[in-house]
Design a protein around this ligand. Structure first.
Ligand SMILES: *Cc1c(COP(=O)(O)O)cnc(C)c1O
Length: 402
């Protein structure tokens, strides 16, 4: 393998060199415990509070203390949902979410159901969009929280968050959005979105792994997940990940400063990729909406092919991508997101997610376009279903046309 091409930025991104530089002093010289009162502690306390102010400003929060640092996007999601559910349990026990959430939200809701909460999982249409009317129709006097992701991590569909928040405004129902895929990628402003809680993770926007944040609008109570010290104003115990927090703030500042230029270039590459894949290959479809999607996301389904086989063959050619299916986790169930969009099992199994990042070039996409048809043809040649066309499983909704 001569060189490698990374096209899996929805999974994670590399740390930007400027971010690393900002972080380094906090591993060595500036190592004090921020809870200590001596100068070492005051120094790192200041670094954390400065970072909090940066993040608050970048997402349009009205006060610095509306930001809670966490250990990941997953922790932010867990804290938002569990934190609200238990703080407001006496007001009601009903939560509304969608059927295409990241597992950090979805599985938290599943766990809460076992603990006595009622959860509605809203359906999505064929491109993965939630209908605002469905949110309204699902509301009950018991509803305390609505949690709908800003953009989906598999198919990139961007949800009408601002529209949903408008209909929730006067009802005193909290609104959380998992914005892990959108912060640093498209404009995210908590006032424009009208949300009460918003999750983010540094490693999705060229910051370090193992650090996230949750925006919680002023005045909202939240039960804590982790007990111990009084860090994060009693909302998340544990000595802070100072270098991570500093890196997160630097990464978000950088990402937003270059957001327009980067997303324009990335979107052009994505359109070029989609046009060529749909133009050059048979029995392929684009999953998700063509326009209402994250700039770097392209998700395809190839009939007669297993997504895992596609990924392994791409990897042999030096290309890192992802499949929409959950086979990586050892389960043979295809992606809950694709199934919720009405895509049948066979076709959901043959999915491929390409997520483009700021360092990718047209040459990277051209290389993918060169090797992908060879791999697809090779795998199809081995598929009995492809060769005996009358044995094709008939699927009314999504059998792909040649
Ligand atoms: C990556 C991701 C998460 C989880 O973030 P971690 O920092 O990896 O825990 C949650 N939600 C969405 C939409 C994501 O893309």
């Amino acid at each position: 393998m001569t060189h490698r091409i990374y096209l899996d930025h929805a999974a994670t991104t590399p740390v930007d060199p400027q971010v690393l530089e900002a972080m380094l002093p906090y591993f060595t010289n500036s190592f004090g415990n921020p809870s200590s009162i001596h100068s070492y502690g005051r120094e790192t306390r200041k670094a954390i509070e400065d970072s909090r102010a940066v993040i608050a400003k970048e997402i349009g929060a009205s006060a610095t203390n509306e930001i809670i640092f966490t250990g990941s996007g997953s922790e932010s999601d867990n804290l938002a949902i569990r934190g609200i559910a238990y703080a407001y349990r006496q007001k009601g026990n009903h939560i509304i979410t969608s059927s295409i959430e990241h597992h950090a939200v979805y599985d938290t809701c599943k766990a809460l159901e076992k603990e006595g909460f009622k959860v509605t999982y809203l359906p999505v249409n064929e491109v993965g969009l939630i209908s605002v009317d469905n949110v309204v129709n699902a509301l009950t006097p018991e509803t305390i929280l609505v949690s709908i992701m800003h953009a989906n991590n598999e198919v990139g569909t961007i949800q009408p968050i601002a529209e949903i928040s408008k209909i929730l405004q006067d009802r005193k129902i909290f609104f959380h959005t998992d914005a892990v895929q959108t912060v640093g990628t498209i404009p995210v402003n908590v006032q424009d979105l009208g949300v009460d809680l918003l999750s983010m993770a540094a490693h999705k926007f060229y910051g370090p792994k193992g650090v996230g944040a949750l925006y919680v609008r002023k005045g909202i109570k939240l039960n804590q997940l982790i007990y111990g010290g009084a860090q994060e104003r009693n909302r998340r115990a544990g000595t802070e990940n100072i270098a991570g927090i500093v890196g997160m703030a630097k990464a978000l500042e950088l990402a937003n400063a270059n957001l327009e230029a980067n997303s324009k270039r990335i979107l052009e590459l994505r359109e070029y990729l989609i046009d060529n894949v749909l133009g050059k290959l048979d029995y392929v479809r684009l999953n998700g909406d063509r326009k209402q999607r994250l700039p770097g996301n392209a998700n395809f389904s190839f009939e007669f092919i297993e997504g895992e086989a596609l990924l392994l063959n791409l990897d042999l050619k030096g290309i890192a991508a992802s499949s929409g299916s959950a086979c990586t986790s050892g389960s043979l169930e295809p992606s809950h997101v694709l199934l919720s969009m009405g895509i049948c099992h066979e076709i959901a199994h043959g999915s491929l997610r390409i997520s483009i990042g700021k360092a990718n070039t047209k040459q990277d996409i051209d290389y993918l376009l060169e090797v992908l048809p060879e791999i697809v043809n090779k795998l199809r040649a081995m598929s009995p279903l492809y060769n005996v066309s009358n044995e094709r499983k008939e699927c009314q909704t999504c059998t792909l046309k040649k």
